[in-house]
Design a protein around this ligand. Structure first.
Ligand code: TIU
Length: 225
C-alpha cells in the first residue's frame, strides 16, 4: 500500500492492484511527419510528457507493477477506419493510411505507429492496439485488467483531452479509480490540457484523481514491500 498526494484529496493505492497505462506515446503523435502534425498541430508540444512518463515507468518497473501501453491505429486494409475518421475531419486533409516519412500514417506495423524509443515496452508489458480514442473500445483492455485484479489506473500519455480523457471516462464508468499523472500527459493545446485535468477532479473527482510524476515516484519508492 502506498499513500499518494492527489487532487481532489490524498489517498492510498494498492500497488498490486494498480496498473500504469501509457496512452499512445507513438511516433505518429510525437514526431514530425505523423498524424499529429498532419492534423495541423505543433508536435513539439507533446515532448514535455516524455521525461515524466519515463520516471513513472522506471519506478513502476522497479516495483514489478503491471504496465500497459496503448497504440492508436488501424489495419493496413483500413477496413476498420470509419467514415468520420477517414474523410470528415472538416478542413483537415485525410491522413490515415497516407505514406509519410515513418511509413503509412496510423497503420499497424508501420514505424510511425510504434511507440517512441524512450518508452518502448519490455517483454511482458501488454500493448493494446485500439482503433479509437478510448482504450476500452474494441480492445481486450478490460479482460487484461480483470484477469490481474486491477482496480486503479495511473494514466498518462497523449493527448490529455482526447485519448487520455476518453480512456479515463471509459474506465470510470467501469468502476476503475483513474489517477491522471498531470505532467506525464500533454496536449497540442495548453488550455485544453489544463481544463481536461480540472474536469477530472471537479465535483469531488467526477472522473477520478490527478497527481504528478514526482508524487507517483515518491509514493512507489516509499511503499511497503
Ligand atoms: N488529435 C488528438 O489530439 N489526439 C488523437 O487523435 N489521438 C490521441 O489523443 N491519442
Amino acid at each position: 500500500m502506498a499513500p499518494i498526494h492527489m487532487k481532489p484529496r490524498d489517498g492510498t493505492i494498492d500497488l498490486e492492484r494498480t496498473a500504469v497505462v501509457i496512452i499512445d506515446m507513438q511516433r505518429d503523435f510525437l514526431l514530425p511527419g505523423g498524424f499529429g502534425e498532419k492534423l495541423g498541430n505543433d508536435v513539439s508540444k507533446l515532448t514535455r510528457a516524455i521525461q515524466p512518463c519515463q520516471k513513472v515507468l522506471e519506478a513502476a518497473r522497479a516495483r514489478n507493477m503491471l504496465v500497459i501501453h496503448t497504440r492508436e491505429g488501424h489495419r493496413p486494409s483500413m477496413a476498420d477506419v470509419h467514415v468520420w475518421k477517414k474523410d470528415k475531419h472538416g478542413t483537415v486533409p485525410p491522413a490515415i493510411g497516407e505514406m509519410g516519412p515513418m511509413g503509412r500514417i496510423l497503420i499497424r506495423g508501420e514505424e510511425g505507429h510504434d511507440i517512441i524509443e524512450e518508452l518502448y515496452p519490455i517483454t511482458g508489458e501488454p500493448v493494446v492496439d485500439k482503433p479509437g480514442k478510448g482504450s476500452f473500445y474494441a480492445t481486450d483492455l478490460e479482460a487484461i485488467l480483470q484477469a490481474q485484479n486491477i482496480t486503479t489506473l495511473l494514466v498518462m500519455g497523449v493527448t490529455t483531452e482526447v485519448c487520455v480523457h476518453t480512456t479515463i471516462r471509459e474506465a470510470n464508468d467501469r468502476g476503475y479509480h483513474c489517477i491522471a499523472v498531470s505532467d506525464a500527459c500533454a496536449s497540442f493545446f495548453d488550455d485544453f490540457h489544463k481544463t481536461a485535468l480540472r474536469m477530472i477532479t471537479a465535483q469531488g473527482g467526477i472522473f477520478g484523481s490527478v497527481t504528478d510524476s514526482a508524487s507517483v515516484v515518491a509514493a512507489l519508492q516509499a511503499a511497503d514491500d
